[in-house]
Design a protein around this ligand. Structure first.
Ligand code: HEC
Ligand code: HEC
Ligand code: HEC
Length: 245
């Protein structure tokens, strides 16, 4: 029965002590302790963020990913290619800069809730929700001008003459019209949702009826057909390239 004014309860005393200026301890050691605790906390936080960015974590922690997107991704060029540069889940899905990264991680804790409550825990449920999930990603990538793709790829770094003619043509138009990677490159790492209608996708220049711009034929309305696979030199990227996309 502690009286509020006199013998105060334990936590109340701790609270007071914390706010009472220290007479006993000089400032420097107090500061040092603060800094050390801060560094440890920071290091732990950072380690946790990095641990949840690895391929092993993203691919194997829950079967929702293992059975669906991971299995599909393993068949694509971003998993294995001639030069051995691999793009893992977090390269495409987690921003590199600190602020956006923390925000993405906080959102991911919501996904944990989805896991616990089994929102996509069967193949059927996954496919049923896939369009919604994909649209979320597309919206984010569109909003950031495909920032994560551009951590590795960029128009200036492309050796255009080595690209297939269809790619060259589309990349030129893309730059003129301010289009971004995800407008045209949906489904680079996973299967597309069943509901996705490529021909009706307006962002995808390659498929939308080109509104009177490039001089040649209105051929761009018909996807790949007119461009013959073309002979040119570097066949190097071709065999692998045919796998994804
Ligand atoms: C970690 C680096 C990295 C990131 C991030 C990345 N890519 Fe790639 N991408 C690669 C590599 C490496 C290749 C294979 C290059 C090769 O061997 O020709 C590739 C290949 C491609 C190809 C060619 C596919 C083919 O069939 O030839 C496309 C298209 C592509 N990426 C689009 C994207 C898009 C869109 C994004 C963002 C959603 C993205 N990439 C993110 C590294 C990356
Ligand atoms: C206007 C649509 C469009 C935009 C925007 C676009 N691409 Fe492409 N890209 C294409 C097409 C079409 C191809 C050829 C695909 C094919 O032949 O299968 C292609 C091919 C590629 C290839 C393979 C090149 C080759 O010759 O093998 C890579 C890599 C690539 N794009 C990356 C990107 C990246 C990264 C961005 C964003 C910086 C981007 N693209 C933006 C339409 C686009
Ligand atoms: C090269 C970039 C890239 C890599 C690597 C990648 N993703 Fe994706 N991911 C995308 C894009 C782009 C989308 C948006 C849908 C689409 O276009 O396929 C997407 C969509 C998703 C979705 C929503 C469902 C769907 O299929 O649309 C999930 C879940 C997902 N990715 C998880 C993963 C996991 C887990 C990994 C690693 C095993 C991974 N992704 C690797 C680019 C990537």
């Amino acid at each position: 029965m502690a009286d509020l004014d006199e013998g105060s309860p334990f936590w109340r005393r701790v609270w007071r002590a914390l706010w009472r200026p220290s007479i006993r301890w000089p400032v420097a050691p107090l500061l040092a302790v603060g800094v050390i605790v801060g560094i440890l906390f920071w290091g732990g936080f950072h380690t946790a963020m990095e641990a949840t960015n690895t391929l092993a974590f993203c691919a194997n922690t829950c079967h929702e990913m293992t059975d669906n997107v991971y299995a599909e991704y393993k068949e694509t060029i971003h998993y294995q290619n001639r030069t051995g540069v691999r793009a893992i889940c977090s390269d495409c899905h987690v921003p590199k800069e600190w602020g956006p990264k923390v925000i993405r991680k906080v959102k991911a804790t919501g996904e944990l809730w989805g896991h616990i409550t089994g929102q996509i825990d069967t193949k059927e449920k996954f496919e049923k929700n896939r369009m919604k999930l994909a649209q979320n990603e597309w919206r984010m990538m569109k909003a950031t001008d495909s920032r994560e793709c551009r951590n590795c790829h960029s128009f200036p770094a492309m050796q255009k003459t080595k690209q297939r003619p269809r790619a060259q043509k589309n990349h030129a138009t893309a730059q003129q019209r301010g289009k971004t990677c995800i407008d045209c490159h949906k489904g680079v790492a996973h299967l597309l949702p069943a509901e996705y209608d490529e021909a009706a996708d307006e962002g995808n220049l390659d498929n939308s009826p080109t509104p009177a711009s490039p001089p040649p034929s209105p051929a761009s309305g018909a996807p790949a057909a007119p461009q013959t696979p073309a002979a040119p030199p570097s066949a190097q990227a071709a065999p692998d390239a045919a796998k994804s996309n």
